[in-house]
Design a protein around this ligand. Sequence first.
Ligand SMILES: [Zn+2]
Length: 144
Amino acid sequence: MTKLGPFWYSIQFQLTMSFLSKGRKAYSILRFRCPFCHEGKLFKNLNPYALRQLYEMPEECEQCGQDFQLEPGFYWGGMYISYVIAAFLLCIVFVLLLFVIGLGFRTSEIITISITFVLWPIIFRVSRSIWINVFIHYEGRSPW
Ligand SMILES: [Zn+2]
């Protein structure tokens, strides 16, 4: 088992790296990068907890010129995704707190809602990131 250790870790590492490597959707989504070139920033300030700049996105990619505002109101669609993520998260956390950890209903409720509030900026941005990744795919650097 100990002999397999480093080998196993290197496989895990490679899987993680390939999952999050450039060219993968997860890379663009989780690192808030341009879905087309995976280089330009999708948000002006990459820190989601800089709340004053939470909504601020560049008009287009600073690296490849990909338009980030595909049409007026484009990111309304991202709200459906944030709804699904938040609902999924709420259910899992609530069930864990109530049935696995065994807290009371009220306590579980309050903790779950608090966690959702704290994670809201991340959920919001990941949703926008997923939404634009649905429509734009990785092509590497643009030829022009
Ligand atoms: Zn780009």
